[in-house]
Write a protein that binds this ligand. Sequence first.
Ligand code: EPU
Length: 339
Amino acid sequence: MQWQNNADLTAQNSFGFSVTAEHYCKVDQIDQLEDALKDVEEHGWPLLVLGGGSNLVLSEKIPGAVISVMTQGVNVLVDDEDSAIVEVGAGENWHDLVGQLLQMGLHGLENLALIPGNVGAAPVQNIGAYGVEMSDCFHSLTAYDMQTKGLVQLSAEECRFGYRDSLFKSIEKGRYIIWSVRFCLSSIFKPVLTYRGLVDYLAEQGINQPSSHQVYKAVCDIRMSKLPSPAIIGNAGSFFENPVVSEADFLSLKLRYQNIVAFKDRAGFYKLAAGWLIDQAGWKGHIAGSVGVYDQQALVLINKGGGDSVALLALASKISDSVESAFGVKLKIEPRVYP
Ligand code: EPU
């Protein structure tokens, strides 16, 4: 394990911001992680553990230490007649894993194809798309506990998954470093076709009983048509969470805006499509110098090239102010802003 000083993290954050970390290292062995953490403690460095960098807004200079967890491997632990438990290193690429499982005939994650980032980051915000959340196929994980200084196993219940939420984002932020994740997958394909756009897309192609490959392909096609590839246009997917409002607030908004897009959430609450609110407030395709709002999906903020976190957060706060004054709804930023 070797620290790199003033390391360039431009390629390690999906916004493609020009970012320098004071001290940076990569680890894929537990003793390397322990050595790195000793240095961090000794010097009193603030610490950022980097996954794929696809859900992060980093400022130009990152003080202290940044550690990338690079653990690899996709291993079948249990293979029953109709299900399997697969353990995956935190440093594996998420989309590659989805493709690999498909080849192995193990199902459940097809709807989460093309989500950027690494496997270790997936539980942090409980990634979700097209009617499926990672927690639907989650079994357990192994993490390094910074408090007890050792590896621990955490069950789904202990991880407290919610909508774009988990233990790692909320009450135990900064305590655990995710090392490997276990998924419970099915060898029998049961398509999840609850997301209207996916069903419509398949129907347009005359498919009503899709195979796993067809669902995977449809999700890839839909994502490519709506969401910019971070390899081409810097972005972090949805920049805001879809806000949840009470039924009363939803009904009063619905009276004023008949076309408002919303979905039933837990009893008595509705989830509003933030993309619709931002779009209606006139921001879709808006460019503010080096940053902007994607012209196919208003929920996605982009780096036009040469942008930075200051410009991006200034734009984000203008957007949320304008949505709040138009609709009375507060938007919450989805990616982590660091430091
Ligand atoms: N909409 C507009 N204008 C826009 C964008 C959206 O009117 O500019 C409307 C759409 O017409 C649609 C509704 O808003 O009726 C919802 O849009 P979409 O289906 O694109 O999904 P979303 O709610 O904006 C969420 C996730 C995405 C995920 C998709 C598909 C959040 C914050 N975002 O977006 O996740 O891919 O659903 O399941 O929950 C991410 O988290 O980074 C992400 C991309």
